[in-house]
Write a protein that binds this ligand. Sequence first.
Ligand code: SF4
Ligand code: SF4
Length: 441
Amino acid sequence: MNESMLEKIKKAGVVGAGGAGFPTYVKLKCTAEYVIVNCAECEPLIKSDKYLMEQNAESIVEGLRCAMSCVSAKNGVLAIKYKNKSAVHALEAAVSGKENVSIHLLDNYYPAGDEQQIIYEVTKRTIPVGKLPSEVGCVVINAQTAYHIAQAMEDKPVVRRNVTITGAVHSPLTITAPIGTAVAYLIEMAGGATVKDYSVIIGGPLMGRVSEDPSNEFVTKTTNGIIVLPTDHELIRKKTVSLEQEYKIAKSACCQCNYCTLICPRSSLGLGVQPHKVMQALTFNNADVLIDGNAALGCCNCGLCTYVGCNMGLSPSRFISKMRSELLAKKVKSNHEPKPVNPFRDDIKVSTKRVIQRTGLTEYDIDVPYVDSYDAPRAVRIMLKQHIGAPCEPVVLEGDTVIEGQCIGQIPEKALGACVHSSINGRVVNISKDYIDIMEA
Ligand code: SF4
Ligand code: SF4
């Protein structure tokens, strides 16, 4: 374990940029045989990692090597979809001549970036449900995280990240945005919405959440995409319809065809996930079919069963997600031993193209250019909780002058968390329990 590297990563506030924001210095406090960089960027429409890899391949490989040093890994692997040819070439050039670092090409399927999928693709191992990847000798970090690790080695904290703004906007684009930039500002930068009534998904179209108030959303360390869609778009309807209403429909419409389970990528890895059983338990009030929580606990919430699997238009992923949360809250643990991987797994994989068609996103599946020259925001809102763990405690006062990269929120003592930094030069104009507002002086 390389303590000085871990300390730099902690000081820079690096978190898992592709998921829920788990603090990276904690993740790397283990030993592992493999460090895998998740370069899959599997959510449709999002291009933020693609550009990052094309433009910063050397830094990503450097970040990978640092992570390998932290966990004493013998193997470093960059797992990337073969279709991202320019990024593959950039990474190939960056790994050339470097020992123990290689590239693994992935098919263009969803969810290729799921931790279980990517570990299986690279090592042919599966993680028992409820255990960490280190259990099977692996650590997985996102491409943006690897880049931030490399920056941290130069004492540069996380103050920017790549974000794609796309969907029903006039000029979709990807930019490197200061953390804390208002989402409304970025939508304007993308030319504004093309429709009057629109909704905004923060994150990818499938796993992202529909914002309840887009005017009050700000870029965090985990914001990879901002998807604008007409409010009456089917994807928005599916994501926002109440569970009570879904339940009423499911009671009469679920025919137990089992297709949601057949298509489930976690099920095909032998992890025991069975959305049709969860639906059976709910719709027939027959909890006995579940026996334990194994049908739900291994779900990664990819949404495939809902958006592609169910021909009756039901949302098994929403029910399974609710059930999983309730089981975890009750501290129910899985006792499922991984079963052999489905020998037809490759045939079951769902292409990203099919996901795009089924979710009604074909018209938005276009080239999204990277724009490097733009008017930077004059104000930012730095959220005090952009990570798993406790919110940061402000270490500045209202009226203080701050500079870009200055730490403004620290991890509470003995808590899990990640510190936050100002992403612009300016003055602290407001501090609340949730955020710090900074305005250009
Ligand atoms: S939820 Fe849909 S796919 Fe799953 S069993 Fe019911 S009808 Fe079939
Ligand atoms: S969301 Fe559905 S398809 Fe995805 S892992 Fe969970 S049960 Fe399987």
